[in-house]
Design a protein around this ligand. Structure first.
Ligand code: URA
Length: 191
């Protein structure tokens, strides 16, 4: 249990809890407002993220920024972005269950310190880890589920949207639902 972000980050940055730490260039701790009411959680760093130490900065991250912008959200102003695993899986393979389990302790501490009202799971890996192990993005995207007092929603991963642009309108609808939910339950200003 950590009492400050600084303490948590310092400890996390030297993590060796799983073998992904051996191949990383940079651990990607997360980025955004530390007291955000809305937390976005992706899968894990890709090549660009690994090189820069920041989440979602590659092509798919740029697409995520467009959806955020469309509903008045901004990683520098009012949300936080993190991943299920903080180090890049080789060749961008899915993080293994044991890697997810080893890493999630850090994410849980981030959530404990942040106390978000809403968590958006970006893609299957995050939604299956945090909402339901059988979560189907194509069927359940945009639905809110309450877990331990936090509203959780799963949506399409931007990398999947780049591969299959047909789902982009549905993804936008998810973000519009998110905007409505923020208006309903959040207290920070989002203009
Ligand atoms: N995809 C993710 O899920 N997370 C990142 O940080 C980058 C790409």
């Amino acid at each position: 249990m950590y009492t400050t972000w600084e303490e948590l980050k310092t400890e996390c940055m030297s993590c060796g809890r799983c073998p992904l730490g051996e191949t990383r260039h940079n651990l990607v701790f997360g980025k955004g407002k530390e007291d955000a009411e809305v937390l976005f959680i992706g899968e894990g760093p890709g090549e660009q993220e690994d090189l820069r130490g920041e989440p979602c900065v590659g092509r798919s991250g740029q697409l995520l920024d467009k959806y955020l912008d469309a509903v008045g959200l901004d990683r520098n102003r009012n949300v936080y972005i993190a991943n299920i695993v903080k180090c890049r899986p080789p060749q961008n393979r899915d993080p293994k269950p044991e890697e997810q389990d080893a890493c999630i302790v850090w994410l849980r501490e981030q959530v404990r310190l942040m106390k978000p009202k809403i968590i958006v799971c970006v893609g299957r890996i995050a939604a299956q880890k945090l909402i339901d192990e059988n979560f189907r993005v194509t069927k359940q995207h945009g639905e809110f589920y309450e877990k331990a007092g936090i509203l959780m929603m799963g949506t399409f991963h931007p990398a999947a949207l780049l591969r299959n642009p047909n789902n982009k309108p549905q993804a936008l609808e998810d973000f519009l639902k998110l905007r409505d939910k923020i208006k309903e339950i959040c207290t920070h200003t989002y203009d």
